[in-house]
Write a protein that binds this ligand. Structure first.
Ligand code: SOE
Length: 372
């Protein structure tokens, strides 16, 4: 089997989730489209990155990401670093001929995200932006049901990503530093909701939003709320906060169509709530446990009812990218490309403009040639 050398930037939360995914897919998706070889991991703290190399099984470690860009044994850069380290290493790796996976948000601003998309697309390498929630089995099933027309014409999307760890004013994290993060909850959680709405419903046409900071002295947003319209005519709401006390990782969404509805909650990620027309309306939603043999991604795992976990969505995600690299198939529509990463940033910034200006913002998206 062909191999691909992996260079990882970052050893913290995403470094752990992605390293686990590369190791696991080799034996769980047998045979793998490519055998991932963990060649090098880069991080700023020498002790931490050396420990991560030993822990996850990288052949070597470095405190300088340029070493990954110049290493000929590496065919794929996986960038799980802080947002301020997304653009430069990703562009450099692509321009050195390496395929790239970059965590969300693609950039700290729409300008930066557009620049990454434009420069990387010009190189012809495969690119995927780490919107891993597209790779939840229940989400892929929802997309299949929608594509089959089971819900009919989509009318509403309501999505919210609720966490509560942001309530600690003493917490010291790059996610609260506007220079490193770009934005706060908007880029961290809001982009997940925006991307999932784009994946399941379609392109946004306008937003009317409120961006809020509650914690005094905090220099990034704590919460975003937006009423949105889609090009299809559907309407909806987007919400994201890291101050929803009691909500640990509640990414919840609901879609209402002319023939049915779907509801999902990340804290119950193996379940999809389904209501389809023609059913007895007194029965309401029914719970589908998305673990049947004919359900998405289940060929990776276990017999029906033996559920999967949050980390396994990254196994599905990196498998999708490795297969695109191996057989030349497109990352889109099921994987988020850097265009999706850029558009999520553009929509997020429209919410910020709407909040500042107190008016609804119509969406316009830049093309690949804008800004050349
Ligand atoms: C923190 O809010 C975080 O780790 C996000 O950065 C991830 O994208 C999300 O999947 C889980 O929560």
């Amino acid at each position: 089997m062909a191999e691909i050398g992996v260079g990882m930037l970052g050893y913290a939360f995403m470094g752990k989730a992605h390293s686990n995914a590369f190791r696991k897919l080799e034996y769980m998706a047998w045979p793998p489209p490519l055998v991932p070889r963990l060649v090098a991991i880069a991080g700023r703290n020498q002790d931490a990155v050396a420990t991560a190399a030993r822990r996850y099984g990288y052949e070597r470690w470095t405190t300088d990401w340029h070493d990954i860009v110049t290493d000929e044994r590496i065919g794929l850069l996986d960038n799980g670093g802080p947002n301020s380290l997304h653009a430069e290493p990703t562009i450099a790796a692509a321009e050195a001929g390496k395929h790239v996976l970059c965590e969300k948000p693609l950039g700290r601003t729409a300008d930066e995200s557009h620049e990454v998309w434009r420069r990387v697309a010009a190189t012809g390498v495969k690119h995927l932006c780490g919107f891993n929630y597209r790779f939840v089995p229940a989400v892929r099933l929802a997309r299949e049901l929608i594509d089959e027309g089971a819900l009919g014409e989509l009318r509403h999307f309501r999505g919210r990503y609720l966490q509560d760890w942001g309530d600690d004013p003493t917490l010291d994290t790059w996610r609260f530093d506007p220079d490193q993060a770009g934005s706060g909850t908007l880029g961290d959680l809001g982009t997940h909701v925006i991307d999932l709405a784009r994946y399941l419903v379609g392109e946004f046409s306008s937003v009317a939003g409120i961006v809020k900071t509650f914690v005094s002295g905090r220099r990034v947003d704590d919460a975003i709320e937006a009423a949105v319209e889609f090009e299809s005519g559907a309407v909806g709401t987007i919400e994201a906060t890291r101050l929803a006390l009691g909500r640990r990782n509640a990414f919840q969404w609901e879609i209402n169509g002319s023939h049915g509805s779907l509801y999902f909650d990340m804290e119950r990620l193996n379940e999809l709530q389904v209501f389809l027309d023609g059913e007895d309306r007194t029965r309401g939603f029914r719970t589908v446990l998305v673990t049947e043999a004919n359900h998405p991604f289940m060929d990776f795992w276990w017999p029906p009812g033996h559920i999967v976990g949050w980390g396994d969505t990254f196994v599905h995600e990196v498998h999708h990218l490795l297969r695109s690299i191996a057989d030349g198939s497109d990352v889109a529509p099921h994987g988020a490309t850097f265009e999706d990463g850029y558009r999520a940033s553009e929509i997020g910034e429209a919410i910020v403009r709407s909040s500042a200006g107190g008016r609804r913002e119509q969406l316009t998206f830049r093309s690949l040639t804008d800004g050349e």
